[in-house]
Design a protein. Structure first.
Length: 168
């Protein structure tokens, strides 16, 4: 399978949230080697702070974390308008089907079951980011179209007024 890694000028930033420092380091290193800019957090609270600090293209978080679980983090992210379309992927163990259901119910876009093949994870990450960018472009296009409709409506109103004044 050919995975298209991002070019240096289009590198996406992934926020990796993992309380285990060893796992965090391994995932961050592998993502960086694949061409992503990586920001890390060891807790949900730190992740929220990073979201306010930097533009993030995708959140990859452990589902089972102390204090704030990955599901709670997903709910917090979905509760903020500016992050409503931000892709969220949660990682959980194969023996935790209830956790996966909870992850989806909390607003996660994808659930990754451990152990996983890193190449599959990369493909899923890239797909989520591409989809989020397409949605963002569509929203921008819709906003531009709405602005043009308003502008045309104003022009039509002005033309109607000018026509009515000319008939007097």
């Amino acid at each position: 399978m050919d995975i298209r890694y991002p070019e240096p000028d289009e590198r996406r930033r992934i926020l990796v949230v993992e309380p285990n420092r060893t796992n965090l380091g391994v995932i961050a290193r592998r993502l960086a080697e694949a061409g992503y800019r990586v920001t890390t957090a060891d807790s949900g609270a730190t992740a929220i702070a990073e979201l306010y600090r930097l533009p993030i293209d995708l959140v990859l978080a452990e589902l089972n974390m102390p204090r704030m679980s990955g599901a709670e983090l997903a709910r917090a992210i979905r509760g903020e308008v500016q992050w409503n379309e931000l892709p969220i992927m949660l990682i959980t163990g194969k023996s935790d089907p209830k956790g996966a259901v909870n992850a989806y119910e909390s607003g996660a876009d994808d659930v990754i079951l451990k152990p996983f093949h890193f190449e599959v994870l990369l493909a899923r990450i890239e797909r989520r980011i591409q989809r989020a960018r397409a949605v963002r472009r569509l929203q921008e296009d819709n906003a531009a179209l709405d602005a043009r409709v308003v502008e045309r409506a104003i022009q039509i109103g002005e033309l109607k007024d000018a026509l009515a004044n000319a008939r007097r």
